[in-house]
Design a protein around this ligand. Structure first.
Ligand code: ZN
Ligand code: ZN
Length: 357
């Protein structure tokens, strides 16, 4: 549960940005940003003034808004954008910021047309950057999501067997997460067996799992809106030499990055640690994607940890470390941990068993 004080502190941080950007009002329209700043999980927009705030929603959400954001003024008459415009006009704002990445062209035209005293000012998504550093309530929810996902994985491992299809195995994992207290999966589970493992984002299909398969399992749970994200690559039966070699190379790359991670490093520096290990093992070209990404209300958010990521990875960020090797026709190995960045380095939040078999 996120306390009202935490949410108030987030609005204080956003108001500091508003004064830097010299806007008197801010229209927040990205749904995760609205949720982060209010606790409200329905559909709506938020207008932040220098002091007050108005949640613009509709009659479907009146009760929900009062429950989830009791301290906040909410309006539910008329369209969301029209309510927001009316509030900005009534506030006498001279400059009204909006999130330029999250406003349609039609809405922008409407702002230009209907704002009376205020000039609409397109702003970058600073809230997304603020969300990269998690507060204690957010870390607690992500920890819970990770723990639910870990427990579900242990259940799946006891049940998975040759003859099961990928889709059945993925469904079993989803069921276990829900039984364990998740709202649901945080994204569509990847259950890529045998040669399907070569596709980093394979969708679970009708392929039956057979003895000798490596299976890339990438899954996460969602708890109160917060996501977890974890990958294990398991073996059905005894691994052969090649399977063992690839798995160990990926694990070695991952451990190097986990041990080398320090707060304040740029994402690309962390990515380079793992990539260097895979280069030494001859798998550089088989590792096509970035090493990781931030996780929170969204399963992919800031900071990014890829080859081109110049953003710093600060204390309080929650990121994944997920090197992989993908070989067409053979399959793949990916191992992913979710970590909290601390003063000392990385605290691993995902505790699913690691053995290959
Ligand atoms: Zn993942
Ligand atoms: Zn991931």
């Amino acid at each position: 549960m996120t306390g009202p004080d935490r949410i108030e502190a987030r609005r204080v941080a956003v108001r500091e940005w508003m004064s830097e950007a010299e806007v008197d009002a801010l229209l927040v329209s990205a749904a995760p940003n609205v949720r982060w700043l209010t606790g409200f999980t329905g559909e709506g927009l938020l207008v932040l003034g220098e002091r007050g705030a108005l949640l613009c929603t509709d009659s479907r959400y009146t009760v929900q808004a009062a429950e989830e954001a009791p301290e906040l003024e909410a309006a539910s008459d008329g369209g969301h954008l029209e309510q927001a415009i009316a509030r900005i006009n009534a506030s006498g704002a001279g400059r009204a910021g909006f999130e330029s990445g999250h406003v349609t062209y039609a809405s922008f035209q409407r702002l230009q047309e209907a704002l009376e005293g205020a000039e609409p000012v397109g702003l970058d998504d600073r809230i997304k950057h603020l969300r990269a550093v998690k507060d204690a309530d957010e870390v607690a929810l992500i920890r819970r999501a990770a723990a639910v996902a870990d427990a579900a994985f242990v259940e799946l491992r006891a049940r998975i067997e040759p003859g099961m299809t990928e889709r059945e195995a993925a469904e079993e994992l989803r069921r276990q997460m829900v039984l364990g207290g998740a709202e649901g999966p945080s994204f569509e589970t990847i259950m890529a067996s045998g040669p399907n493992g070569a596709k980093p984002h394979a969708r679970p299909g009708e392929r039956e799992i057979i003895e000798g398969d490596l299976i890339v399992i990438d899954w996460g749970a969602k708890v109160e809106g917060y996501c977890s994200d974890c990958t294990r690559t398991v073996m059905v039966g005894e691994p052969d030499e090649r399977q063992r070699e690839v798995w160990l190379a990926v694990r070695e790359a991952q451990v190097a990055a986990l041990e080398g991670l320090r707060p304040g490093m740029e994402g690309r520096e962390i990515d380079a640690i793992a990539r260097e290990v895979l280069r030494e093992r001859g798998f550089e070209r088989e590792f096509g994607h970035g090493l990781g990404h931030g996780v929170g209300l969204q399963v992919h958010e800031l900071p990014t940890v890829g080859q081109k990521s110049e953003n710093e990875v600060p204390v309080g960020a929650v990121v994944t470390i997920e090197p992989g090797v993908y070989i067409e026709g053979w399959g793949g190995v990916r191992l992913e941990e979710l970590v909290l960045v601390t003063e000392d380095g990385a605290e691993v939040l995902t505790l699913s068993p690691y053995d290959l078999q």
